[in-house]
Design a protein around this ligand. Structure first.
Ligand code: HPA
Length: 270
């Protein structure tokens, strides 16, 4: 693993990915943040040695290096999901690469279903904590101790200072930003009414199919982490409407301007 990490980082350094400070993972329908970046370099995932290949069609699948609000940033446009058939080591490999290149902070966005009935579609939720229901860990492999400690502390996986900055920005900009617990499931099927009911009982406010593996690895690497969900559908088991993936993507797009404002202002403040 160390050898392949070095091979990939050497390749990206050669492509001009020079000491990024902040890494960003852009989720479903949130790709427009790239229009705000002064892009210096970009490479498609399928050209990067050892990178998993992008498969989900609505993800463009590239790494971008550039400047945003005066900060050197690195962006994953499109992420890998466990439901696409990758292993969790594949899914989180880019986080290890971004850390090796120099990032100290990882910001993550995703699309999620609202479990908390006070949260409405189109609104945003800051992750305060999570529940890993993917049935696996990105740290469960032989040799993990060579990359960081095996028994990673998860008592505060999301950075309190960044989260309070996010909340201040949201307040100042008049953006509704809930705070809550994100449950990650494997997918790709959406949940049944009984599953949504269970998620509510165990304390989830939102549910999605990503983010948690990357956050676990970011904690393994001692990065500061924050994540924001766009709530794309309402998962009330007693009044469940059939969901349609195009509607989910549309909802994510609708919330995109607010997400961009939050991320821009946050990066400015770091
Ligand atoms: N469940 C799981 N993942 C999701 C959902 C959902 O309801 N909405 C968006 N991503």
């Amino acid at each position: 693993m160390i050898k392949i990490i070095n091979e990939t980082t050497d390749y990206l350094k050669g492509k001009g990915f020079d000491n990024p400070e902040i890494g960003i993972i852009l989720g479903t329908g949130l790709g427009q943040l790239v229009n705000e970046i002064e892009i210096l370099h970009e490479v498609s995932y399928n050209h990067i040695p050892n990178f998993p290949t992008a498969t989900v069609e609505f993800h463009k699948g590239k790494l971008i290096y550039g400047i945003l609000e005066g900060k050197k940033i690195m962006v994953m446009q499109g992420r890998f999901h466990l439901y696409e058939g990758y292993s969790l080591q594949d899914v989180t490999f880019p986080v290890r690469i971004m850390e090796k290149l120099g990032i100290k902070t990882l910001l993550v966005s995703n699309a999620a279903g609202a479990i908390n009935t006070n949260f409405k579609k189109g609104e945003l939720m800051l992750l305060d904590d999570h529940i890993n229901l993917q049935g696996d860990s990105p740290l469960a492999f032989m040799g993990v101790e060579h990359l960081g400690e095996r028994f990673v502390d998860m008592s505060a996986p999301y950075n309190a200072t960044i989260n309070s900055k996010f909340k201040t920005i949201a307040k100042n900009c008049g953006i509704t930003l809930h705070e809550g617990v994100y449950a990650s499931v494997l997918g790709p099927q959406l949940e049944t009414r009984a599953e949504y009911r269970m998620l509510k009982i165990i304390g989830a406010d939102a549910v999605g199919m990503s983010t948690v593996p990357e956050v676990i690895v970011a904690n393994h690497l001692k990065l500061q982490v924050a994540a924001v969900s766009v709530l794309t559908d309402e998962c009330d088991p007693d009044n469940l409407q059939p969901v349609d993936i195009t509607e989910i993507i549309e909802m994510a797009k609708k919330a995109e301007p607010n997400m961009i404002t939050l991320f821009r202002d946050l990066i400015k403040s770091l």
